[in-house]
Design a protein around this ligand. Structure first.
Ligand code: FES
Ligand SMILES: [Fe+2]
Length: 347
């Protein structure tokens, strides 16, 4: 007699991953305006101060709740549109035009930010600790090298919990069925806050007849960089892909998908940027193939796996670290683990 495998899915607690989350290209925030960010189940405000720094503060004014992203930037502060209290980059209220005394508790959270690779990052930590130095986002030299295009980034809202996206790191079996990519090699390495996926195969869409090779690395819970060698219209393309997300709430997230391409010698700057644009559109189409599945699937905490599947449980254990208080983290996270799921000579 067989036993049915029942799907289990516990209710997720309202907690968001500890780590750096990418908010897109820095240039997007350098216009002297206040920008609304719907992230981590709340609203934040991002702005560039006159000191050139990018600042992120809690988005709702504690005076009477107005949305600070509707206010204006003054010096290194943002002034609330409702009663004009002004909030400095450090989160301290430094001016109330009609008050003799500023209440001592007039302070909001100033979120740690990081500018790296021409991208803006914000640090989320439910325990309120400062960023972990080891988890700093590494520099990509290509971002500062004239032989490479600028970032071409697309943004889309996805209506599911971001954990579904993370499963992709270890989900080997969907590459063929969903993305039409036939694989010759697939392996994962989990090492501290880093998760790597090595893949080799062929994809009509991303590499034509030639081999597609990718090394995709998550640095922390929400920022993945992929080095990829593929082809488009017969032209070999060396690219670096950005795949990052930030949760809006427990049921949705913003996905940002970007690409840097090594410029093809002999082509104009415009033509090279056009290749990057076309490539990001192509890669976005591949994401939409996943999205179609995500929008109608259910969460499964106890997936029923077979011997050809990737290390989904080990991946989820790796990812759980970002939802665990620092005091509860085990030493085993510091022991790198690798799993080779498939390795055969290309046909
Ligand atoms: S609500 Fe912001 S100043 Fe009153
Ligand atoms: Fe996918």
């Amino acid at each position: 007699m067989s036993t049915l495998h029942r799907i289990e899915a516990r209710i997720l607690e309202p907690r968001y991953a500890r780590g750096w989350h990418c908010l897109g290209p820095v240039a997007q925030y350098q216009d002297g305006k206040a920008h609304a960010l719907d992230v981590f189940g709340t609203r934040l405000v991002a702005f560039q101060g006159e000191d050139g720094g990018l600042h992120v503060l809690d988005g709702y004014c504690p005076h009477m709740g107005a949305d600070l992203s509707g206010g204006c930037v003054e010096g290194n502060a943002v002034r609330c549109p409702f009663h004009a209290w002004r909030w400095g980059a450090d989160g301290v209220c430094d001016d109330i035009p009609y008050a003799k005394r500023i209440p001592p508790r007039a302070r909001i959270k100033s979120w740690p930010t990081l500018l790296e690779n021409n991208l803006l990052f914000v640090w989320n930590d439910p325990e309120g600790n400062p960023p972990i130095e080891e988890q700093r986002i590494p520099r990509i030299d290509a971002c500062f090298d004239g032989q490479w295009s600028d970032w071409e980034v697309a943004e889309l809202k996805i209506e599911t919990n971001c954990r579904e996206l993370i499963d992709n790191i270890a989900d080997m079996a969907h590459f063929d069925t969903v993305h039409g990519t036939e694989l010759d090699h697939f392996s994962n390495v989990f090492d501290r806050h880093i998760a790597i996926q090595h893949m080799r195969g062929r994809s009509a869409r991303l590499s034509g007849d030639s081999e597609l090779r990718t090394v995709a690395t998550y640095f922390g819970p929400a920022y993945q960089i992929t080095e990829m060698t593929g082809a488009m219209n017969g032209q070999p393309i060396e690219s670096i892909l950005l795949n990052c997300h930030v949760p809006i709430d427990l049921d949705s997230f913003t996905l940002r998908y970007g690409v840097l391409v090594r410029k093809v010698p002999g082509l104009s700057a415009e033509d090279n940027q056009a290749i990057a644009k076309a490539y990001v559109a192509q890669a976005q189409a591949a994401f939409f193939e996943d999205v179609a599945i995500w929008h109608s699937k259910v969460r499964v905490d106890n997936p029923l796996l077979c011997d050809g599947d990737g290390p989904v449980y080990q991946l989820r254990k790796w990812y759980e670290q970002f939802y665990t208080d620092v005091a509860g983290l085990g030493q085993e996270l510091r022991e790198p683990r690798s799993y080779t799921v498939l390795s055969r000579e290309p046909v």
